[in-house]
Design a protein around this ligand. Sequence first.
Ligand SMILES: NC(=O)c1ccc[n+]([C@@H]2O[C@H](COP(=O)([O-])OP(=O)(O)OC[C@H]3O[C@@H](n4cnc5c(N)ncnc54)[C@H](O)[C@@H]3O)[C@@H](O)[C@H]2O)c1
Length: 266
Amino acid sequence: MDFKGKVALITGGGNGIGKAAAMNFAGRGAKVVVVDRDGAAAEAVAGAIRQQGGDAKATMADVTRSAEVQAYVKAALDAYGRIDCFFNNAGIEGKVAHTADYDEAMFDQVLGVNVKGVFLGLRHVLPVMLKQKSGAVVNTASVAGLVATPGMPAYVASKHAVIGLTKTASGEVAPMGVRVNAVCPGPVETRMVQDIAKQLRPNDPASVAAAYRTVIPTGRYTTPQEIADVVLFLCSDLAANITGAQWVVDGGRTAVGGAMTQAMRD
Ligand SMILES: NC(=O)c1ccc[n+]([C@@H]2O[C@H](COP(=O)([O-])OP(=O)(O)OC[C@H]3O[C@@H](n4cnc5c(N)ncnc54)[C@H](O)[C@@H]3O)[C@@H](O)[C@H]2O)c1
C-alpha cells in the first residue's frame, strides 16, 4: 500500500468518494491529479493535499466530452509523466422516477456521464497504461450495477454497463500488465444519497436513511473513506492478480437481498 512515486488520476475528485480517494492516495505518497467538472472543488482538494505536504494538480473537465477527457489525460502526463492508478469515478444519480414515467433527456444525461464518461476515461487512459506495460484502473459502479433499485432505471442501467465495460476491458489489457476492476458501493454518506432521499421523501428525507439502515446487516451506510480504502487496495500490488472483479462494499446489503424499503416501493 505504498504509492510513493506513483501517479493517481481521479475523476469526480472534487467531492464525496473521489475526494476521499484523492486524500487517501496522497496520504500514501502518490502524486494526484484531481479531475472534476466543478473546477473550484477540484482545486480545493488539490490545495488541501499540497497543504499537507503532498503533490497534486487540479483539472476542470466534463467527462462526457472527449476533448476534455483527452485534456485531463494530457494534463496528468504533462505534470507527472505517467498514470499508475486511474479512479474512473465521476457519476450522477439523475432523477427518481419509474421506468414508465422516466424523462428521456434525463436518461441520456445519466448514461452520458456514467457510461460514456467511464468509457472515454478507459479509451484515453488505457493506451497510456498499455505503453507503460503497467497500471490499475478502478471504475465506480454500484450495487445498482448488480441488483435493481426501483425508481432509478437510468442509474441502474448505467451501473450495470460500468460492470460490462470493466469486464470487457480487463480481459483485453490483462496480458499487458494492466488491471481493471470495479468497486460497487451501497449507500455512502455523500451529497448523492442525500439528494436521492430528498427526491424519494421531500418532506422527510431522514426517514429514507432510517428505513434503509434496517435492511443493511451492519446497520449503517458506508463512509467515503471505506470506499477509498478498497480503491487503494485494488490499485496496490497486494491486488496484483485481481482484475475484472466487482468489489461490493455495502455492509452486507446485497448478500441478504430481499426486503425493499417502503420508500422505494412508493
Ligand atoms: N454515494 C453513494 O451512495 C454511491 C453509491 C454507489 C455508487 N456511487 C458512485 O460513486 C461515484 C461518486 O459519487 P459520490 O457519492 O461521491 O457523489 P458526489 O456527487 O458527492 O461526487 C461526484 C463528483 O463527480 C463530479 N461530476 C459529476 N458529473 C461530472 C462530469 N460530467 N464530469 C466531471 N465531473 C463530474 C461532481 O462535480 C462531484 O464532484 C459516482 O459514480 C456514484 O454513482 C455513489
